[in-house]
Write a protein that binds this ligand. Structure first.
Ligand code: ADP
Length: 375
């Protein structure tokens, strides 16, 4: 088990520099990973989350030693591992592709790396007998990979990564190939496995559900840079910026360009291109000013349709969806749709005018220029 520390880590691939030079791309597109720093505590489960191409895999591959870092330092415990060979890093790796050896049985696949390390047969057997029930592959040990389903192959793949009991377990999109139900099952198995062996683990994923359900803390990346590090609840409840706010949560947070205007002793949001006005929560009174442009962020679950008359302007219902365990209602606000969800069994006609109430404590403001949070 180990603590992992990344200090101001950068990665620039050779091609990136040339591309930038040729096309005069902005300087910030120069690096696949930019100034990434974080600490992963001993036994912690970290999720690296972000859209495709934001540098998640590159970060993981640098930790594994599969990519050279351009600048910065990576430590496992207090050992600087920048120049350490992958095999000397005591790391277990499982990628999206299973890469099992087809001619070998599952037992032999699990034993392969330990044999290469000249481990004794009884030690190998003991290690496999420990991980096989953990990943629920006891019944598969005599089979060949070709006889296994995708989910079973990924179980074996992860079992192979942990069989040598590495200090650090690195999982790169291990569930991406799997379909919905299998994905959810294996996600739970991974969580249970981590609870059992308490190995410091990093999972790279573009799937927020996966990161939210598995990780103790999530590192959210965009264009090579960390946007926020926090527990699943922190990044959901307290997003650092507009990007994180829009990326975390399903359905996504409503992010509505609006102008704050003072009316009497109140501040009101006026939504871009719309007549809709809603009062600004009083807790923002000290940070807002008249005619200030903001992005108003509010989650669909935090918007309600008022049952009694309130001071907000009526807006028409555009879409009503009954999804069984929740209703999703979108209202038209100028050119935009603002969506809300409710577990209540209510029905609204398209075109019906409704008045909205926003959850005061859960309404966020962002700077339209920088995307930064206004608190
Ligand atoms: P993610 O895992 O978030 O999808 P990656 O780490 O794979 O992102 O990629 C980050 C950026 O680095 C992307 O712009 C990608 O095109 C670029 N990149 C990744 N691998 C290479 C490579 N071997 N050579 C050049 N550019 C690469």
């Amino acid at each position: 088990m180990a603590q992992l520390i990344l200090k101001n880590v950068y990665k620039r691939y050779d091609g990136q520099k040339k591309k930038m030079f040729k096309k005069k791309k902005k300087k910030e597109n120069d690096f696949a990973v930019k100034d990434v720093s974080y600490e992963c505590q001993d036994g912690e489960f970290i999720g690296i989350l972000g859209p495709s191409g934001c540098g998640k895999s590159t970060t993981l591959r640098m930790v594994a030693g599969l990519e050279k870092i351009t600048a910065g330092e990576i430590y496992i415990g207090d050992v600087l591992i920048n120049d350490l060979q992958p095999k000397d890093r005591n790391i277990g790796l499982a990628f999206e592709d299973y890469a099992l050896y087809p001619p070998l049985s599952i037992y032999e696949n699990l034993a392969f790396n330990m044999r290469a390390k000249k481990k004794k047969e009884d030690e190998i057997k003991k290690a496999i007998e420990y991980v096989a029930p953990l990943m629920k592959i006891d019944d598969l040990l005599d089979m060949k990979p070709s006889a296994l389903s995708g989910g079973q192959k990924q179980r074996v793949n992860i079992a192979r990564a942990i069989v040598r009991r590495p200090g650090l377990l690195l999982l790169d999109e291990p569930l991406s190939h799997l379909d919905g139900k299998m994905r959810q099952q294996l996600r739970q198995e991974i969580k249970r496995m981590h609870h059992e062996i308490k190995c410091t683990t990093i999972i790279v994923t573009h799937d927020q559900m996966e990161a939210m359900s598995l990780a103790d803390r999530i590192v959210i990346m965009k264009e090579g840079e960390i946007q926020q590090i926090g527990t699943p609840l922190e990044v959901y409840d307290d997003p650092a910026n507009e990007f994180v706010a829009g990326f975390i949560g399903e359905p996504p947070m409503n992010l509505m360009p609006s102008v704050i205007e003072k009316q009497g002793d109140k501040y009101m949001f006026t939504f871009e291109g719309s007549e809709l006005q809603v009062e600004v929560p009083k807790r923002y009174n000290k940070v807002v000013k008249d005619k200030m442009k903001v992005i108003l962020g509010v989650r669909p679950v935090d918007v309600l349709i008022a049952e009694e008359e309130v001071s907000s302007t009526p807006v028409p219902v555009a879409v009503y969806e009954n999804l069984g365990d929740e209703r999703r209602i979108s209202v038209r606000v100028g050119e935009m749709l603002l969506s809300m969800t409710t577990p209540e069994d209510v029905y609204y006609e398209t075109g019906q005018n409704v008045q909205l109430v926003f959850h005061e404590e859960r309404t966020h403001l962002f700077d339209p220029e920088t995307g930064g949070r206004i608190k």
